[in-house]
Design a protein around this ligand. Structure first.
Ligand SMILES: Nc1ncnc2c1ncn2[C@@H]1O[C@H](COP(=O)(O)OP(=O)(O)OP(=O)(O)O)[C@@H](O)[C@H]1O
Ligand SMILES: [Mg+2]
Length: 312
């Protein structure tokens, strides 16, 4: 039995209940600093206003974008769940408007050295998120790295943030090219949606999308969906300095209207139903099984798995 099959069996047999699965939306970009974290956090606030339960996972490991923007310091992070036996509920910090967030900490880079018991513990815990949240938004780092690619190929839905800067467009293309070349990418499973940020008009946003879409359609033959534009907005920049999402700090700002529209579009019946959801347990299993596995990770056959000691 291969590792992927073993993890599927774990999900089936180790007390991961069958329940509605959370929708997982991964926010990414080719170039850094284009507005990913602002998109993640403001869509989260907008989804909350629509009555959805939302958790943001800050997967920009080591850089802690979301907590700075929320002005809240989390006590624990994902690494504490993985390595310190913390419970999933311990590592969620509840921010303004009841948006939950999980800090990635130093990340999951050492995860492939973990034994079966640890993996079971992590997966059973992450599966709890499906009961806690309707939507999980994952904020990634920028660019083409293995860590980002792993999250993208495991996601049913990617929001690619781009801006009118020429480098942002070419870096968006490079990211999509790398994604398309990944052996683990499935265009049937993963839908790519584009948001144009920092535009001077809706027309500029649409043109930006058209430009990217034309080269992507021609050379990658990858379908993209346009989700709309967010204007250049000094209130947004100001809210970042004030460590509060613009949607809460300046609810009438022009960028907030755009976040409202995009969030509304994302939960509209057409967009929401075409998404294939696999939930958090399967999401992480996909990431783990994609890693090069060492012998140490191949679990011994038989016997129910024990969870690591949670008292340390
Ligand atoms: N629509 C906008 N209007 C004005 N300023 C913006 C807008 N979007 C982003 N910015 C500015 O860009 C900065 C970077 O945004 P943000 O941190 O969301 O980008 P990021 O893509 O997450 O960056 P990183 O790659 O470093 O994680 C913000 O602090 C803000 O000053
Ligand atoms: Mg960021």
């Amino acid at each position: 039995m291969d590792q992927a099959q073993q993890l599927r069996n774990i999900i089936k047999n180790q007390g991961v209940p069958q329940r509605p699965l959370a929708r997982i939306i991964t926010v990414t970009s080719g170039k850094g600093g284009v507005g990913k974290s602002n998109v993640a956090i403001n869509l989260a606030v907008q989804f909350r206003k629509m009555g959805k339960r939302v958790i943001i996972l800050d997967a920009d490991f080591g850089l802690a974008n979301i907590e700075i923007m929320f002005g809240t310091i989390p006590k624990h992070n994902l690494s504490d769940l993985i390595y310190q036996g913390k419970n999933i509920k311990d590592i969620i910090t509840w921010g303004p408007e009841g948006v939950g967030f999980i800090s990635g900490g130093s990340g999951i880079s050492g995860m492939y050295n973990l034994g079966r018991d640890y993996l079971v513990y992590i997966i059973v815990n992450l599966a709890e998120l499906d009961a806690i949240a309707d939507i999980i938004i994952i904020d990634t780092g920028a660019g083409v790295s293995n860590a980002v690619m792993e999250f993208l190929v495991a996601s049913g839905e990617i929001i690619l943030v781009t801006t009118p800067e020429p480098t942002s467009i070419t870096d968006s293309y490079s990211l999509l090219k790398a994604l398309n070349q990944s052996p683990r990418f499935s265009r049937d499973f993963t839908k790519v949606k584009v948001v144009s940020n920092r535009v001077s008009s809706d027309e500029e946003g649409q043109q930006l999308f058209n430009k990217l879409n034309a080269v992507v359609a021609r050379y990658l033959k990858l379908p993209l969906t346009y989700m709309g534009a967010i204007p250049q907005d000094q209130m947004l920049a100001r809210s970042v300095m004030q460590q509060s999402p613009v949607s809460l700090q300046y609810p009438n700002a022009k960028s907030v209207k755009a976040f409202e529209r995009i969030a509304g579009e994302l939960v509209s019946p057409g967009e929401a139903t075409e998404i294939k959801q696999r939930g958090m347990a399967a999401f992480f299993s996909h990431i783990i099984t994609g890693r090069k596995l060492s012998n140490a990770q191949v679990p011994a056959p038989g016997g129910p798995a024990n969870v690591p000691n949670t008292t340390n």
